[in-house]
Design a protein around this ligand. Structure first.
Ligand code: UDP
Ligand code: MG
Length: 314
């Protein structure tokens, strides 16, 4: 047995019926690496009996730590809670629904240990049979996001192995509103990606509603890009140019004695400028809201309970 420690962070939200079995499967693949491990399970304020199952897991297996957040803070916050509790030399982040194939764990660990990569990223190869809204939504989301933020994270997933150093760098990022995929791309380091195909969720439903996805998109864009703010400036410039041309034309007509017969231009201008102003204010408002949230400096999550398994490793 080697003396380095692997932490596996898994956020869990309302997964009571299958979580016990899933963690068992994941654990078997971790055991194959032969490395010492800890599994940190974060109950993201589940409303079913997930927490009881996590406690049972901690009683059944060694090396399990479970945290219960005081309410549903969302996957991003749950990940933060897990990563901050992680003490391993490397840390794997994965979903609890087996959509991130645990078969890849030994390979990820090998790439980290033997080839010295500091970030091993799981990259989605293809997404079979999702409904149209999700498909269009996801591709639109990622194409807008990669345009706006300069990161190509279209196929990126939250399935990753991070070295301790990377985790340290991640911890030094203080923002309250986190977008894990963007942040772990931003820190850099020596990285390699391994493709995996996402299977459909074996049990239950995806916990992402369209609204949650939209919120994530806005958060991702405003966290990683100030381009929308600059677009406002560019739009302002374009309108200035337009109004200059129109102003000259109006004056010319006036001097020639050909007056306007209607208010068409006025109305059009009012509409266009009005909507441009409102959009601009909206964008600025979004950023100010973000600043407000960051300034408040609230904790990203609140832990309500913790359990740890006391079974010695054999
Ligand atoms: N999850 C969470 N909090 C939430 C929503 C989801 O901790 O508010 C967890 C969930 O239990 C799962 C992972 O995040 O382990 C991914 O969720 P899901 O499978 O629903 O998302 P998808 O695979 O559709 O992206
Ligand atoms: Mg899933």
């Amino acid at each position: 047995m080697s003396d380095s420690l692997l932490t596996v962070v898994i956020p869990v939200y309302n997964e009571e019926p299958w979580i016990f079995e899933n963690i068992g499967i994941i654990r078997n693949y971790i055991l194959k690496t032969g490395i010492r491990y800890e599994v940190i399970l974060i109950d993201d304020g589940s409303t079913d009996n997930t927490w009881q199952v996590l406690q049972k897991l901690a009683e059944s297996y060694p090396g399990i730590k479970a945290l219960r957040l005081s309410r549903n803070f969302g996957k991003e916050a749950a990940l933060c809670a897990g990563l901050e509790a992680a003490s391993g030399d490397a840390c794997i982040i994965m979903d609890s629904d087996l959509q991130h194939p645990p078969e890849l764990i030994p390979e990820m660990v090998r790439l980290w240990k033997e080839d010295g990569y500091e970030v091993v990223e799981g990259v989605k190869a293809l997404r079979p049979q999702e409904n149209l809204v999700n498909k269009v939504g996801a591709s639109l989301f990622y194409s807008i996001l990669s345009k706006f933020s300069g990161f190509d994270i279209k196929q990126a997933s939250d399935f990753k192995l991070l070295d301790k150093k990377v985790l340290q760098a991640w911890r030094s990022m203080n923002e309250r509103n986190t977008f894990f995929r963007g942040m772990s791309a931003w820190v850099g380091f020596k990285r390699v990606s391994i493709p995996f195909s996402t299977k459909n969720r074996a049990f239950g439903e995806s916990k992402w509603s369209l609204f949650k996805l939209f919120k994530l998109a806005i958060n991702a864009i405003t966290s990683f890009s100030s381009l929308p703010l600059q677009i406002v400036t560019i739009m302002g410039l374009i309108f200035l140019l337009g109004s200059l041309i129109l102003g000259v034309q109006t004056l010319y007509m006036k001097l020639r004695g050909i007056a306007y017969s209607g208010f068409t231009t006025v109305i059009l201008l009012l509409l266009v400028i009005g909507s441009a102003l409102m959009i601009s204010l909206g964008i600025i408002g979004t950023y100010i809201a973000k600043i407000y949230e960051e300034v408040k400096g609230r904790p990203r999550y609140i832990v309500a309970e913790r359990v740890e398994s006391r079974i010695p490793e054999s």
